[in-house]
Design a protein around this ligand. Structure first.
Ligand code: FES
Length: 113
């Protein structure tokens, strides 16, 4: 299955990258950006980011079940990845909220302008 159409990255490519990343002595958290860089690509349009995240989660589970990666290390990485993705998911909301004028600032502008 193609996960990223810009870079033609498949779920199998992601799985292979995860095995290689987890074989590193100090394995970093496999964010989509890290996995793509490991595959010598980078995000272009980022339209595949949600699918890349879910594929990474899914492939981690499969690799863990097959015993190809340590389940304790996998659980640790999954929890860290979840925190990062939750922060990323709420970041635009926080930015949008701060960009939204408060009712008092709007009424102040109306009365002066
Ligand atoms: S679809 Fe993956 S970067 Fe565009």
């Amino acid at each position: 299955m193609i996960v990223c159409s810009c870079n033609v990255i498949t779920d199998r490519d992601i799985e292979r990258a995860l095995v290689e990343i987890f074989s590193l002595p100090d394995a970093p958290i496999p964010t989509p950006g890290l996995v793509y860089r490991h595959l010598s690509h980078r995000m272009n349009c980022c339209g595949c980011a949600p699918l890349a995240v879910s594929t990474i989660y899914q492939r981690l589970e499969v690799l863990e079940q097959r015993g190809e990666i340590c389940r304790f290390r996998c659980a640790d990485v999954r929890s860290k990845l979840r925190v990062i993705m939750d922060k990323a998911a709420t970041a635009p909301l926080r930015n949008a909220a701060s960009a939204t004028p408060s009712p008092s600032s709007v009424s102040a502008r109306r009365s002066t302008g």
